[in-house]
Design a protein around this ligand. Sequence first.
Ligand code: DC
Length: 210
Amino acid sequence: MIVAIDGPAGAGKSTVARALAERLGFRYLDTGAMYRALTWLAMQRGVDLSDADTLTQLALQEPVTFKDESRVWIAGMDITSSIREQRIDRMVSVVARHPGVREIMRDRQRELGEQGDVVIEGRDIGTVVAPAAEVKVYLVADRDERARRRTADRPGIGADALATDLRIRDEKDAERMKPADDAREIDTTHSSVDEVVDKIEALVREHVSA
Ligand code: DC
């Protein structure tokens, strides 16, 4: 079974998707980490991030891999913590915009998603990567709350700067942030992680017993 969890930055996708996967005994796939890893490598190699062809080649030649579920590797390096830096937050949408890059990522995400029960989180999972996913959820939260969560995730960076970055990234990601028609929208603004996971687990159980 595939559980697709989409939504904007700071809506709680990663925390919820991980907890849900653990509760259900499903694998977990973080597709944002794949775009982040490619962005990291491109910046490290000095690639012009507007150069679609070079980025597409790089995505093809250097696939992102996951080890022990949550360690992110590219080109023989474990870059799990580096991909959460603010410079990556700021540039990842520029890389994720190129259709060639997206095609390669989509195919790889489908391959990774094929191997049994999985929770996949991203922006376009329910619409593009896994339109046949059995359960689709679209998480939302008020922008202030999303900015507050980002501040907790990125200690040392000012709240105002993070709120501005979030707004700019929302704008850049907007065309890919459409919920699937059959996705269930869940507002996480006033909910705990457990409450959100309970709701999605109920959708999964409903599907299994249907
Ligand atoms: O979920 P995240 O913040 O780690 O995602 C990083 C960026 O990657 C986000 O700004 C948009 C892009 N992304 C995407 O375009 N499609 C996905 N399936 C996942 C992420």
